[in-house]
Ligand binder design. Structure first.
Ligand SMILES: Nc1nc2c(c(=O)[nH]1)N[C@H]1C(S)=C(S)[C@@H](COP(=O)(O)O)O[C@H]1N2
Ligand SMILES: [Mo]
Length: 184
């Protein structure tokens, strides 16, 4: 028994060593604190005033939500079919409010999307609401049937009908529902 345990832990040690060397060689070390958190976090955080604390939705939670597809041109003009879950469904699954029960029906609320590299973009809540938007804004995890590459995934925002891809945020880490400041 002890022999097996020792053998197993030696294997594990060797694997860890190999992984560390690979990380150093690929230029990925040392990780910043933010990158370490990102590496540990395997989902998307939803933050909203009506939630006591941020809710982390991972692959298991996403798998329970209805999947949708969006075909749009990529940066090089080639059509690609992305699949995933609508941002609206993600927000609702986390328990964030998006609809008419928000002050002024949520028309002055927006969602701030933040990525692993600090890139950010905003969407008005209404843009994500299927009662307003004919095609969904996706939190995609697949492109043309394949998981997204590490540079874009695990989750990328896909906006269906915009010519520019500036809001197709790669490596999404959090979605924050924000109420615009009232007029002074
Ligand atoms: N995380 C992250 N997502 C991002 C960006 C970025 O800098 N960081 N750039 C955006 C811009 S301006 C464009 S045009 C597209 C570029 O996508 P591509 O490099 O995958 O073609 O990604 C968008 N998503
Ligand atoms: Mo861009």
């Amino acid at each position: 028994m002890l022999v097996i345990a020792t053998l197993a832990s030696r294997r594990l040690l060797r694997l860890c060593l190999l992984l560390s060397v690979a990380t150093v060689l690929s230029g990925g070390w040392p990780l910043t604190a933010a990158a370490q958190t990102a590496a540990l976090q395997t989902g998307v955080q939803v933050i909203s005033a009506n939630l006591a604390q941020p809710v982390l939705l991972g692959p298991a939670q996403m798998a329970r939500l209805p999947r949708q597809q969006v075909t749009r041109p990529d940066h090089d003009g080639k059509n690609r079919t992305y699949s995933g879950v609508s941002l609206c469904a993600v927000l609702m699954a986390a328990g964030a409010k998006i609809g008419p029960d928000l002050p002024r029906k949520g028309m002055a609320h927006y969602v701030l999307v933040s990525a692993a590299d600090g890139y950010q973009a905003v969407f008005a809540l209404a843009e994500l609401n299927p009662d307003f938007a004919p095609r969904p804004v996706l939190l995609a995890d697949r492109c043309d049937g394949q998981p997204l590459p590490a540079t874009a995934g695990p989750y990328q925002i896909i906006v269906p009908d915009e010519k520019k891809m500036g809001r197709c945020v790669r490596q999404v880490q959090s979605l924050r529902v924000v109420a615009a400041q009232p007029q002074s």
